[in-house]
Design a protein around this ligand. Sequence first.
Ligand SMILES: NC(=O)c1ccc[n+]([C@@H]2O[C@H](COP(=O)([O-])OP(=O)(O)OC[C@H]3O[C@@H](n4cnc5c(N)ncnc54)[C@H](OP(=O)(O)O)[C@@H]3O)[C@@H](O)[C@H]2O)c1
Length: 245
Amino acid sequence: MTRVAIVGRGRLGSAVRDALVDRDVEVVQLSRADGFDVTRPISFEAHGPLDLVVEATDVFTNDARKATAFFEASTRHIGAAAAAAGIGHLLVSIVGCTAPALASNGYYAGKAAQERAFLTGPSKTTLLRTTLWFEFARQNTERLRVGPVALVPSMRVKPVALDAVAEVVAQRCTGLRTFDELDVSGPGVTTLWEMTKALPSHGLAVPLLVPGAGGRALRDGTLLPSTTAEIVGPTFESWLAAAPR
Ligand SMILES: NC(=O)c1ccc[n+]([C@@H]2O[C@H](COP(=O)([O-])OP(=O)(O)OC[C@H]3O[C@@H](n4cnc5c(N)ncnc54)[C@H](OP(=O)(O)O)[C@@H]3O)[C@@H](O)[C@H]2O)c1
């Protein structure tokens, strides 16, 4: 039986767990809640034989130093533990995060540093880059809130359903498909503003023009995938129509 460790119990970790369990894969899910802290050296030794580890950790910050320190530590420690266990290491990253135009955005700078640490690390790596998830529209209205107002950064994106991303991860974990690096997106180009306005309830949403070169890059399509990216999952409209209210 295939056994996969998922580090992280959030949106991605849960979606990947569900997709793997549906395929009869045994999942070991780990996070700080289990005393498994990726900011320190870690080991998979206590968790029995594993075939692969999926890195699904995250930190909510726009501070470049904090984001870089967290993402580099997460990838280095998971990579070292994966190498010691002789297993593969799959990272889910963000299409476009390494673009120089986004270097002034602290979060993307952290993700870019993570990709560099991952690709130069000791483990056998698989890098899946995805565009913004559909779920982010709702997540943003809850996170970027000032009183009753939800700030919506102006972003041009080609978003994707998280379940479709989890499906690709599960296919890679079970050997149904093989790739070392892959970019995926959903089918349609839109803006975070259009996505937010389409939500059944979004409160008082206000567009936010993020200043500077990083803000311009969010608006000008820097986050859009290349034409070689694979298109997976439904349109945002059909996903929204099928989503529980
Ligand atoms: N949102 C998007 O559109 C998008 C698109 C592409 C890629 N991604 C990437 O997907 C990844 C996962 O995002 P998500 O939205 O699933 O995150 P999330 O829901 O915030 O979950 C993050 C998980 O990380 C764990 N974690 C945090 N600090 C940890 C630590 N020190 N040690 C061990 N575990 C730790 C947390 O569990 P504990 O608190 O229990 O530790 C939590 O379960 C991120 O790297 C993100 O950049 C996101």
